[in-house]
Design a protein around this ligand. Structure first.
Ligand SMILES: Cc1ncc(COP(=O)(O)O)c(C=O)c1O
Length: 384
């Protein structure tokens, strides 16, 4: 399933945008946006075909199709130990949108939200889009412990929200239960809403294990909005489908209100919901094999990067991206990314503020959700 011959490069060159195959010059390998090179599970294609063949593509309910809500609630309960209620979750048109809706619902202009640094740009973008200030909390790659005292020092009278990204894109850190308990304790002490982006939570490498912060206890669930999506685990980015889950009716109502779903101005399309429900109910074996393949690609990628002069890379605990320290090259991350692109024909994401915050300088990020042949080709180009 994850062999090289399952990858259709002709279709990727037509369909994979966002810094990937359809946007790079011929001959360039794009290890850029975290979107797999593999096609989605066949069960998802069959479910979409079967739904569309009915030829009724009507309005869905603003809070989601029952099929989706029930599959999602069951999955949260069984796989994440979150006591989710189908009536307190709804589909959104991507995890990105889920982050933004949560910011709209809980932040006012002038408020502050803590975001990790480095972290995916969506957090800063969403917080600032609603007029609030994003306050970066440094979680450098490879630091053995999280500086919880430092976190508390960042909290002011204006702080409303703590944004958690677990597993953490781009460093690949998977937070332990003990660490999540400390985040929760700080949120309780300062009465903060917790936004927990768990889109990467399926992609965790043994011996690391995943804990959702909302599963810790009832109090924590009540103040947490769990965001997840289907772009990373199932390769459904183009369907723009994700989920928001709340621990209370009051929080759910605020989210739904901020989403504008009831007005039909926004909403999650029904095909995406069918695909997502199928992913959760029929594609767990596919996912397991995907993670097994990714484990091998991670090891190959990390070994290949550590083989390059001036580059050091720690194995990510989760996510399918390698975040490599390039400070030993004496160049900036932008210079290295440009050099790789021009001289090696390998596209990577430079550790710029616009992608991951200030804490990413000195790093580049490479996605390894591809075949062994493509990854091997990219690494040998870099080695030369
Ligand atoms: C942490 C994180 N959240 C959200 C997203 C966006 O997901 P979606 O495609 O569902 O908007 C990404 C994509 O890279 C991500 O890394």
């Amino acid at each position: 399933m994850f062999e090289h011959n399952s990858i259709n490069l002709d279709l990727l060159r037509q369909r994979a945008f966002n810094l990937r195959w359809a946007t790079v010059p011929e001959g360039v390998i794009p290890l850029t946006a975290a979107d797999p090179d593999f096609p989605c599970a066949p069960q998802i294609a069959e479910a979409i075909n079967s739904y569309v063949s009915g030829r009724y593509l009507c309005y869905g309910p603003p809070t989601g199709l029952p099929l989706f809500k029930n599959a999602m609630a069951q999955w949260f309960r069984e796989k994440r130990s979150i006591p989710a209620d189908p009536d307190l979750l709804f589909p959104v048109d991507s995890a990105a949108s889920g982050i933004y809706i949560t910011c709209r619902a809980f932040l006012q202009p002038g408020d502050e939200a803590i975001i990790f640094d480095p972290v995916d740009f969506l957090f800063r973008y969403s917080v600032e889009a609603v007029g609030a200030a994003a306050v970066p909390f440094a979680i450098p790659q490879g630091e053995p412990s999280v500086d919880f005292d430092g976190l508390e020092k960042l909290i002011t009278a204006k702080t409303r929200m703590l944004c958690i990204c677990n597993p953490l894109n781009p460093t690949g850190k998977v937070f332990t239960k003990a660490e999540l308990k400390q985040f929760a304790a700080i949120a309780h002490k300062h009465d903060l809403v917790i936004l927990s982006d768990e889109i990467w939570s399926d992609i965790v490498y043994a011996p690391h294990t995943y804990t959702s912060i909302a599963s810790l206890d009832e109090e924590t669930h009540k103040r947490t909005i769990t965001v997840t999506g289907f772009s990373k685990s199932y390769g459904l980015a183009g369907l723009r489908i994700g989920t928001l889950e709340a621990g209370t009716k009051a929080y759910f109502d605020r989210l739904l209100d901020a989403s504008l779903h009831t007005s039909t101005i926004h909403g999650a399309n029904t095909i995406g919901q069918v695909a997502a429900a199928t992913a959760l109910t029929q594609c767990q074996d596919w996912l397991q094999q995907f993670v097994a393949h990714l484990t091998r690609m991670r090891d190959l990628c990390v070994a290949g990067l550590n083989d390059l002069e001036g580059v050091r890379c720690k194995a990510p605990e989760g996510c399918y991206v390698a975040f490599a320290d390039i400070t030993g090259t004496g160049r900036t991350s932008k210079e290295i990314a440009d050099f790789f692109m021009l001289e090696k024909k390998v596209a990577v994401v430079p550790g710029l503020r616009q992608w991951f915050g200030d804490g990413a300088e000195g790093y580049i990020r490479l996605s390894f959700a591809t075949s062994e042949a493509i990854l091997g080709d990219a690494l040998s180009r870099l080695k030369k």
